[in-house]
Ligand binder design. Structure first.
Ligand SMILES: Cc1cc2nc3c(=O)[nH]c(=O)nc-3n(C[C@H](O)[C@H](O)[C@H](O)COP(=O)(O)OP(=O)(O)OC[C@H]3O[C@@H](n4cnc5c(N)ncnc54)[C@H](O)[C@@H]3O)c2cc1C
Length: 496
């Protein structure tokens, strides 16, 4: 039985492990942290649960290959309660409000009532939301190995999705927002994605919800990570926690195994690096082996950016008037670093999941996009603990005031549970510049998919979200499956 070592127990590494166990390999995962799941995670504070990943799960609805893969790895299970989204998010500001309902006709009606003068922009938007509903993630085999017949099997996707992308070619989320005359719609459209992102990303995310997906499994991200780890272990896999890998041991064109930070060497027939791509090619493997396509993204900073967020979680003693799930509103403004005032703030109200907090309490989370210079500022103060903690607390306190003002009756009842920043992601997951999604390709660029092979090495493969588009759970999971597929193919066994 051939042995495969996987670096990283994120969803990508665990997916590779499950498929390889199914296909007759002996696998072991080495993970630096004390819990499996990587960025698919959450934690407890003061007896309540803080979620830190699944805001929406693409392909949560049955009927796609990706949904079958969710069931195969344990992300979803028969009978597992799901929070079914009525809407993507809500926005209130500039004297109006809009909800991006799952029922797109309802949203369209509300938009037209709100702003009849935006009729043409609204019609075009919904025409392309309908097209983007055909979006599927091909997962049978790596995309670079797909032939015309494989593409034929993708059905409507092949004509509809490129048509929607073409309709918004060269248009960013900010451009799309600016094309609306209504200040309400102009603000709302740019809340969910970084402003440079291609407009199509917003359309695709909303289409995911209108097509009936985007629902969230009960227990949130940590419970999902635990189910996936259990599925892997039930199939005979072994996860070594608290086991950071120092490097992959290479001899010529062959990897002999891995070396752990404590010096232990472990041999293997194959190695999959399912860790952050930058970490993989600065620590685990020689940097000159980074695949060209991936290197081009790292090098082309004008067109491929990364972002992260500042987060704060709050416990409210009691219930609020906030709608469950994600809502935004216009506020007096919050200014993290003194040079960018954020006037529309968003909160996630986790009342949708009864397992997160006792019935008479509410867990909230606020997140603020942090772009390149802002991320740099967090890293610049990270080593000065006093300064770093004070900065985090200052923003959290400002957020408390914003919530208190928006939700009468909460004054004095909101406790800051935790705060975290781009530095947290870098320290905890070795995430490049604290980014927990992959590259954001701007409006003038195409998103890139990099084959997970490391030339000239014969037995090292890559997995993880950085190989595909703008990251997220489906690309990370698909890439885990692709890495397993490549090894099965080499060994001439069926990939199950
Ligand atoms: C706040 C937040 C919200 C999100 N919301 C969504 C959402 O709603 N929908 C969605 O689809 N996606 C969402 N994502 C993104 C999603 O979490 C990621 O795309 C996905 O989890 C990445 O998986 P991965 O396996 O590629 O990488 P990771 O999760 O980063 O896994 C890599 C693993 O490798 C480990 N590792 C790194 N270096 C080493 C080493 N040297 N030795 C051993 N182990 C190592 C890390 O600790 C980690 O466990 C969100 C992420 C965050 C943080």
């Amino acid at each position: 039985m051939k042995k495969v070592i996987i670096v990283g127990a994120g969803i990508s590494g665990m997916t590779a492990g499950i498929i390889l166990q199914n296909s007759g390999f002996q696998t072991e995962i080495y993970e630096k942290n004390a819990v499996p799941g990587g960025e698919l995670t959450g934690w407890k504070r003061d007896g309540v649960y803080i979620d830190n990943c699944i805001d929406y799960l693409m392909c949560s609805k049955k009927g796609s290959a990706m949904n079958e893969l969710w069931h195969e790895i344990g992300m979803l299970e028969e009978g597992l309660p799901m929070y079914s989204k009525d809407y993507f998010f809500k926005y209130e500001g500039h004297g109006g409000q809009i909800t991006f309902w799952r029922d797109k006709e309802r949203t369209k009606k509300e938009m037209l009532e709100l702003s009849p003068e935006d009729k043409d922009v609204i019609e075009k938007f919904f025409e392309n939301v309908v097209r983007a509903e055909s979006m599927i993630m091909p997962i049978d085999k790596p995309m670079d190995k797909m032939g015309p017949r494989d593409f034929m099997k993708l059905g409507d996707f092949v004509k509809n999705v490129p048509a929607a992308q073409k309709a918004y070619k060269g248009v960013s989320v900010k451009d799309l927002a600016d094309s609306f005359k209504s200040p309400v719609l102009r603000s709302a459209v740019q809340l969910m994605h970084p402003e440079d992102t291609q407009a199509y990303s917003f359309i695709m995310s909303y289409a995911m919800v209108t097509s009936g997906s985007g629902d969230i499994p009960e227990g949130g991200s940590l419970a999902a990570a635990r189910r996936i780890a259990k599925r892997y272990e039930d199939k005979g896999g072994k996860i070594h926690l608290n086991s950071p890998v120092k490097n992959v041991k290479i001899n010529g064109k062959i990897a002999e195994g891995i070396v752990l930070e404590d010096g232990t060497e472990v041999t293997a027939d194959y190695v999959i690096c399912a860790s952050d791509a930058n970490h993989t090619f600065t620590k685990l493997l020689p940097s000159n082996l980074m695949p060209k396509k991936l290197k081009a993204e790292f090098d082309n900073k004008d067109h491929f950016s990364v972002f992260s967020k500042y987060h704060a979680a709050f416990l409210v003693d009691g219930k609020t008037d906030l709608p469950k799930d994600t809502s935004f509103w216009e506020c007096d403004g919050i200014n993290v670093w003194g040079d960018r005032v954020i006037n529309d703030v968003g909160v996630i109200c986790y009342d949708y999941d009864p397992t997160f907090a006792p019935e008479d309490k509410t867990v909230l989370q606020m997140k603020l996009f942090q772009y390149t210079d802002e991320v740099d500022k967090w890293f610049a103060i990270a080593d000065d603990e006093e300064k770093y903690e004070a900065k985090k607390a200052e923003i959290a306190d400002a957020m408390v005031k914003i919530i208190e003002k928006h939700c009468p009756g909460t004054e004095g009842k909101i406790k800051v549970l935790d705060t975290w920043t781009p530095v947290t992601y870098a320290k905890r997951f070795n995430a490049y510049r604290g980014a927990y999604m992959a590259f954001v390709a701007d409006k003038d660029t195409k998103t890139v998919t990099t084959p997970g092979v490391v030339k000239p090495l014969k037995n090292v493969f890559l997995a993880g979200q950085w190989l595909m588009g703008s990251g997220g759970l489906p690309p990370a999971t698909a890439q885990g499956k692709y890495a397993a597929w490549r090894i099965c193919k080499k060994e001439g066994v069926e990939c199950k």
